[in-house]
Structure formats: C-alpha cells, structure tokens
Design a protein around this ligand. Structure first.
Ligand code: CP3
Length: 316
C-alpha cells in the first residue's frame, strides 16, 4: 500500500534525483533504492516491488504520463473499436524488462532479509484507466461500455487477463515470492457486474500463476468476500470498511486475511495510531492467517513517525 512513497523525505529526494515518478519507476537502480528505504527505517516483514500498476497499459502503447498534481493519464486511451481490436499482450521480457530488472535487483539487495511482493493491477482496474484515459469519480465511459458494448469490454479484459498473467509469472521468475492483485475499482461495480467484469478475470489470472502465494484486494469488495476467497488465492485483502470478525466468520480459515487499518490513522498522534492498530489486531484475533496492512494506500501527509509507532505496536 505504497510502503515507499511521498510521505518519506528520502523517497522525495530520490524522486527529485530521478527527475520524475516515471523516471524513478523505469530505473531499476532507483526503484531498488526506494523499495528498500522503508525497510531501513522500520522493521517490516516484507518488501514490495517499486513500480506502478499502469506500466502494463503503458507497455501496450497507451502512453502513460503524469501531469503535475493531476494523477496518471494516457496519451492514447481506448476510444474506438479499432484501438480495442489492435490491443495486444505485451512481452514482459521486452516492454516491461525494466520491471523484471527491478525485481531482480531488489531481491539481490534484500539478501534474504524479508520476502519480496510483486504486483499487478487487476484486469478490470487496468481497463478503467485504459478506457477513461485517467482516474475518474464515476468511470462513466467504462460503465457505458459495459452496458452498450459488453463485447468490447470483454475483449479488453481478455487481453488484460493474459497480459497480467504473463507479467506476474515473469515477476515470479525474476524473484517475486508473493504476488498481489490490486483491484482498486472493482468496488465501483454492482454485484452482477463485479462477478462478470472483475472477479471472473482475476480467477483466470490466479489459475494461470506459477505456484507462489497470491493476495487479492478489491477496494470496496466487502460484499463479495466469500466469492473472492473462492477464486484460488491464498489471501484476501480487506479495506477498512470491513469488520475483520465478520470477514473471518464468512470466509473461515480457507485463506489468510490482509488488512485493514484506515490510512487516515497515520495523520493522527502516535497514541491514536497505536490505539487504532490495537483495535484492528484485536478484531482479527489470535488465530493464524492475519497479515497486518493498511486498508488502502498510505497518503502523502502521513507522518513517518506515525508509521514507526504503527510498526512498533504491531510487532509488540
Ligand atoms: O506499495 C508500494 O510501495 C509499491 C508501489 C506502488 C505504487 N503504485 C507507487 C506509486 C503500488 C503497489 C501502486 C499501485 C497503484 N497505482 C494502484 C493500486 C493501489 C491503489 O492505490 O489503489 C493504483 C490505482 C495506481 C495508479 C496510480 N499511480 C495513481 C492513481 C497514482 C497517483 C496517486 C497520487 O496520489 O497522486 C499513481 C502514482 C504513484 N504510484 C505514486 C507512487 C509512490 C506517487 C507518485 C509520485 O511520486 O508522485
């Protein structure tokens, strides 16, 4: 959940040296440097590859860029049938070589200290950005395509599912020991839409993976936890709206659970961070199979000392 990021002054310094976020992510040496920064500060149990989910559509030729203060954008979003027909699975060993090199270099730099998590966006979440061309409050173009031309959306999702499977397997081959699927926008669908456009394609990805543990996180997916737990993943990520007791009751011990501190806790005092972390730990209980994490990405205004208090409380 953006373990490395703008809340850390050393991240901002490396980013400035690299020139931009994309230059940082595309340089295996810089990506390795920032992936290790949080581990130098905090006694964490895992490292996560430094990259972004939007590298995959970028490798498909959509032209990723970040307009200052505006979030990610694509130069060539999927705006017509011809563009969708032309869409093809990128070769991870060619267009995404820099990510695999970063995995390799990060593994080497970790020297076995902690395991390395690789990741990808879910087919549906990637499709959202590819169709819309940027982030969105309502994903209007995507919803309209789902209703008026579901065949086109399914074509994009098929390509994305193959691309994500190949990409994650390449990360595993390069040294990733766990992989995580970020389905940030699956929760914007209705129940039938989620099953058809998001979950079905994540199932396809999970069933095609080399055998390492996998984590599936749908933000806003609390209504569908049983269905997510049944697609073959090893762990289900929970956002902070889910009551962990309820999740455990519904899922049983079939899979591990990951989560789910509200990231806004990290804007508060150390005492408050500790109290909220303790509440999360108590709600998950003493049974095995809990991976402590935030319920979504860390925000740039989080205090580094609040993260230190959090990690200390969890370890204690
Ligand atoms: O967790 C980690 O430390 C690994 C790195 C990571 C990043 N992005 C780095 C990043 C991971 C796992 C992601 C995933 C990602 N990227 C998701 C899924 C998870 C989620 O947050 O829901 C999504 C939707 C994206 C797309 C994306 N990338 C957005 C919307 C933004 C802008 C965010 C913002 O607050 O402006 C990014 C940029 C990005 N990716 C940053 C980082 C550290 C900030 C860029 C910067 O340094 O300016």
């Amino acid at each position: 959940m953006r373990q490395a990021g703008r809340y850390l002054p050393e991240y901002n310094a490396t980013r400035a040296k690299a020139g931009s976020f994309l230059a940082l992510a595309k340089s295996p040496a810089y990506a390795t440097e920032v992936a290790l920064q949080p581990l130098e500060r905090y006694p964490l149990d895992a490292a996560i590859l430094f990259s972004d989910i939007l590298t995959v559509p970028d490798a498909m030729g959509l032209g990723l860029y970040f307009a200052e203060g505006e979030g990610p954008r694509f130069e060539r979003p999927l705006r017509d049938e011809a563009a969708i027909a032309k869409l093809a699975v990128p070769d991870p060993g060619a267009e995404l070589r820099y990510v695999l090199d970063a995995v390799h270099e990060t593994r080497r730099a970790l020297q076995g200290r902690v395991p390395l998590i690789g990741f990808s966006g879910s087919p549906y979440t990637l499709a959202c950005y590819m169709i819309e061309g940027s982030g969105s409050d309502d994903w209007r173009r995507v919803k309209e395509m789902a209703r008026a031309r579901p065949d086109l959306l399914h074509r994009i999702l098929e390509v994305n599912a193959s691309a994500v499977t190949a990409y994650l397997n390449a990360q595993i081959e390069a040294g990733a020991q766990v992989v995580m699927l970020f389905d940030t926008w699956g929760g914007s669908l209705d129940t039938a839409g989620y099953a058809e456009f998001s979950l079905a394609y994540m199932r396809q990805v999970i069933s095609g993976l080399s055998p390492v543990p996998s984590i599936v996180f749908t933000k806003g997916g609390g209504a569908w936890l049983e269905d997510i737990a049944a697609i073959g993943c090893s762990a289900v990520g929970l956002d902070w709206t889910v009551d962990p007791r309820d999740a455990r009751r519904r899922i049983g011990d079939k899979v591990a659970l990951q989560g789910n501190l509200n990231p806004s806790a990290l804007l508060e005092s150390d005492a408050s961070v500790r109290e909220q972390a303790r509440r999360v730990l108590d709600a998950f209980g003493a049974a095995p199979g809990h991976i402590f994490n935030l319920g979504h990405g860390i925000t740039p205004k989080s205090r580094p000392d609040a993260v230190a208090a959090l990690v200390d409380e969890v370890r204690a």
